[in-house]
Design a protein around this ligand. Structure first.
Ligand code: RTP
Ligand code: MG
Length: 137
């Protein structure tokens, strides 16, 4: 089942020079395609849409501060079961609990600065694609 997912390489990944490393892992999976890619700095407005489910939670304000602290790389990846697949490459939210071999497990230590976002369902993917790539979606 071919799908599309929205991936963000978070400001920590860009600052630490991990763009190539992370995109490389996605690119090497068979038959997945990068169909849009952009470096951009996010403002509060777009982050409020993207993280709507977290507005009001204790970690929301520091999350917005962090996510707007420098550029992110936003990309659309298409391919077979890509939503589940990129989440599997990413690992769980807390990098310390993430297995070695996953992106968060290999490079992260801090829950907030966990390097990458990937849509968690078909509904989230469609919603997030419209936010980041309105003309493409
Ligand atoms: P994401 O949405 O970024 O792909 O990550 P996720 O699904 O694994 O995690 P989610 O629960 O949606 O949380 C969104 C992002 O908020 C930050 N966070 N900080 N307790 C905390 O300090 C905390 N909890 C979550 C992380 O950056 C997480 O990825
Ligand atoms: Mg999430």
């Amino acid at each position: 089942m071919s799908q599309r997912t929205l991936v963000l390489l978070k400001p920590d990944a860009v600052r630490r020079g991990l763009i190539g490393e992370i995109i490389g892992r996605i690119e090497r999976k068979a038959d997945w395609t990068i169909s849009a890619l952009e470096l951009r700095t996010l403002d509060r407005q777009i982050l409020e849409q993207h993280y709507a489910e977290h507005v009001g939670r204790p970690f929301y304000e520091p999350l917005v501060e962090f996510m707007s602290s420098g550029p992110v790389v936003a990309l659309v990846v298409e391919g077979e079961r890509v939503i589940e697949g990129v989440r599997a490459l990413t690992g769980p939210t807390d990098p310390i609990a993430a297995a070695p071999g996953s992106i968060r497990g290999d490079f992260g230590t801090i829950v907030r600065e966990n390097l990458i976002h990937a849509s968690d369902s078909e509904e989230s993917a469609e919603r997030e694609l419209k936010i980041f790539f309105p003309s493409f979606a």
